[in-house]
Design a protein around this ligand. Sequence first.
Ligand code: F6P
Length: 526
Amino acid sequence: MSSKKDIWRSLSAHQKKMQDIRMGDLFSKDSARAEKFTLSYDALTLDYSKNRITEETRDLLLELLEASGFQEKRAAMFAGERINTTENRAVLHTALRNVAERPVLLDDEDVMPEVIAVWEQMQAFEEAINSGDWTGFSGKRMTDIVNIGIGGSVLGSDMVIDALKDFHTGKLRCHFVTNVDATEINDVMQSLNPETTLFLVASKSFTTQETMANARTARNWLVSHYNGKEEAVADHFVALSTNEDAVKEFGIDTDNMFPFRDWVGGRYSSWSSIGLVTCLMIGFDNFKSLLEGAYMADMHFLKADPAENIPVMLALVGIWYRNFWDAPCYSVVPYFSRLKKLPLWLQQVDMESNGKYVTAAGKIVDTATGPIVFGYPGTDAQHSYFQLMHQGTDMIPADFIGILKPAHTVRAQHDMLMANMLAQAEALMLGQESPNDPARYFPGNRPTNTMLLEKLTPYTLGLLMAVYEHKIFVQGMVWEINSFDQFGVELGKVLADRILGEVAADAAGAHDSSTMELFARCFKKS
Ligand code: F6P
């Protein structure tokens, strides 16, 4: 086998040959092109034929994958090896959706009994809340959930709950409070009755500044409603966390704690008890279907041949553009408004995972790593940033996601939606000649993947999410970075604490002159 460096060089040379090749011509020359570059698995189809690739490109990228140690590294993740080396942690979110319940050993201990126990705990709680058996301090059933958390402790759940609106039990309303900006929690509290409100404090560490500040504000609001009776907290607060001591210290009874472990990364935690809010909104059976869909994606990722493997091919095509065409970003465009928050979720999973400049071995990388991810639903996005995708100076690859059978019956509009998705991919690829009017010229040759799901259900959403997670894993593996730490978010937190200390002491510390000036303006006592 050639070395990774050699394959990299071959890919660079190949890219030069590909520069003048038009995708439109590749289609004209090969009537089987779409078939050759389409993969189907379960309810998901990926057509990646509208990319600037040939079979040679694919073969070279697959060689790069193998030379990166794909088989061993994938096996290591599923086997619970401590692949998050900087934090010395295993990466086992796949165990959380291991619905086959086969043992998953971590340091010779099977993690599955605990995973299953938490499923049972979540199921019992969901039934108690939705049946009205669980009541608040004054004996009333819960009508509203406020999920307090930030980042990975909310983005997945928020996206899933929005996407699965057609599966809501209809018994509860849910509200997300994330930002330390109290505008958010104030707005939510103003509309709610404390006696019928359940707070879920979702935090892996149970120390995150924003989450703990909001949780304290919520607790004060509740306790002051009950004239200072702290006992009310037990009936209105539950914790989803790994940190039992901090949960106790906050005053939440550990009977009301839904645990998970440090082998679940924050941005991969919506499969854990962090997903309790989802479970309450769509019911436990639907939550389990979400896990089943993800499990099926795990099996596909584990077992399918790399050339037939949807997350692998998505990853390799992404690497092709990021590393060999210098594409700085990619866009994800769900042609389905229920998936409006998918890009927000994906931004964190992708950019927090692969936004790294050092390898797992601590050396500075010599290739570009994670791309900038952004997106918005089609057709809205067409009237926003698609101008730049069609005629801007950068190539921005995009993933289009379509749902074949919507829950509504307004067929004519669904046809319009799908027609737009196909038309945009075609326009991006073919472009338009305009000899006498450069402003109307479209360069074309701009790539897209199209993913189709039969329907949007808990199961298919789980499948789609896990496919993206594995895509990101594969890219991080090829780039040799640790996709599972996030030290880049730490420095700002430390400096914010320092500034807060200075505000409390009413004395700015030593800062640059800009920060000093701004400090004086922001914290002026008047
Ligand atoms: O943004 C950094 C981060 O650590 C994320 O990875 C995590 O999802 C989020 O903060 C919230 O952390 P926690 O769940 O510990 O409150």
